[in-house]
Design a binder for this molecule. Structure first.
Ligand code: SF4
Length: 259
C-alpha cells in the first residue's frame, strides 16, 4: 500500500493523526514490552530481542540482570557462562559477542554508562538506529520512532508512506506527528501489529481502524473469523471495542506468544 497521489500533505497529516488517536484508544496499555530497570538493562534486553519474542527475553533477563549488574560485568564476562544464560533467545554466540563488546565499549568510552545521544548509541556494538531509538525513548525520555518490522508493515498498509528504507520511514512518519508523541506512537503501532494487524492474516474484521484503513480486506473481514485472530491479554477488550462478543476470542489468545 502506498500513499494516494491525490492526497495533500495536510490531508495525509490529518489522516495519520486520526489513526494515531484510534491507536491511543485501542491500546491504552501500550508500553515497552522489554522488562528493564535502567538504561543498561534495556540496552541488553534490546540486543537479546533480535529474532526473539520479548516474552522469551523477559524470561531470561531476571537471572542475567542479577548476575551482570554493570557494564564492567559484561566486559569481563565468562563467555561460556554468558552464552548459557542467554541461549534461549537464539543466536546466542553473536549476542554474547555484542554484550561483551557493549560492556567493553561502555567502560572504555563512556565511564561504564549508556550514553543518551543517538550519535553515540549507534556506535555501540549490537546497536542500530532502531535499538538506539528504543533506548532513547524508553530510558532517557528523548522522543524516538522505532521502525521495526511491525512499524514498517503497518505504516505502509495505512498508506502513510511508500518508503521502504527504515531511516526514510522514520523521517516520513516523524514529520506527520508531534515529536513528543513519537515514542508512544511507536509502542501503539507495534502493539497493533502484534495483536491485530498481523503480517499474515491481519484481523481486519475485528480492527478498530477498519473504517479508515486503505488496506481493509487484506485479512479476513468476517467478524467471526477475524475475532479469532486477535491476540494478547486484552484480546477480549479489543473484540468488545468493535462491538464483538469477547467470548468469541479463543482462551489461548490471551497467552499467545506475540512475535
Ligand atoms: S483494517 Fe486490516 S490491514 Fe487495516 S489496520 Fe486493521 S487489521 Fe491492519
Amino acid at each position: 500500500m502506498t500513499s494516494t497521489p491525490a492526497e495533500s500533505p495536510l490531508a495525509l497529516t490529518r489522516r495519520a493523526r486520526r489513526i494515531g488517536r484510534l491507536l491511543t484508544e485501542t491500546h491504552p496499555d501500550a508500553h515497552c514490552e522489554l522488562d528493564h530497570g535502567n538504561p543498561l538493562q534495556l540496552a541488553v534486553a534490546t540486543i537479546l530481542s533480535a529474532q526473539c519474542t520479548d516474552k522469551r527475553v523477559n524470561e531470561v533477563t531476571p537471572k542475567l540482570f542479577a548476575r551482570y549488574r554493570t557494564a564492567a560485568d559484561y566486559a569481563g564476562a565468562d563467555r561460556a557462562e554468558l552464552e548459557e544464560l542467554i541461549r534461549p533467545t537464539g543466536f546466542f554466540r553473536n549476542k554474547t559477542n555484542s554484550l561483551i563488546g557493549l560492556g567493553e565499549a561502555l567502560v572504555a568510552r563512556y565511564d561504564g554508562e549508556v550514553p543518551g545521544r543517538l550519535t553515540d548509541l549507534i556506535t555501540l556494538p549490537g546497536f542500530g538506529r532502531k535499538t538506539a531509538n528504543v533506548i532513547l525513548g524508553n530510558a532517557f525520555d528523548v522522543p524516538g520512532i522505532t521502525v521495526d518490522t511491525h512499524f514498517q508493515r503497518l505504516v505502509r498498509r495505512w498508506g502513510l508512506t511508500g518508503e521502504t528504507d527504515p531511516v526514510k520511514i522514520e523521517h516520513a512518519i516523524g514529520a506527520l506527528f508531534p515529536k513528543r508523541e513519537w515514542t508512544m506512537l511507536s509502542h501503539r503501532v507495534i502493539f497493533h501489529g502484534r495483536r491485530v494487524c498481523h503480517a499474515r492474516k491481519p484481523a481486519c474484521g475485528a480492527c478498530t481502524l477498519a473504517k479508515i484503513c486503505p488496506s481493509y480486506g487484506e485479512g479476513p473481514t468476517e467478524p467471526e473469523v477475524a475475532v479469532k485472530l486477535l491476540k494478547g491479554p486484552r484480546a477480549g477488550e479489543l473484540a468488545a471495542a468493535v462491538g464483538l462478543d469477547p467470548a468469541l476470542v479463543p482462551s489461548a489468545a490471551a497467552t499467545a506468544d506475540v512475535p
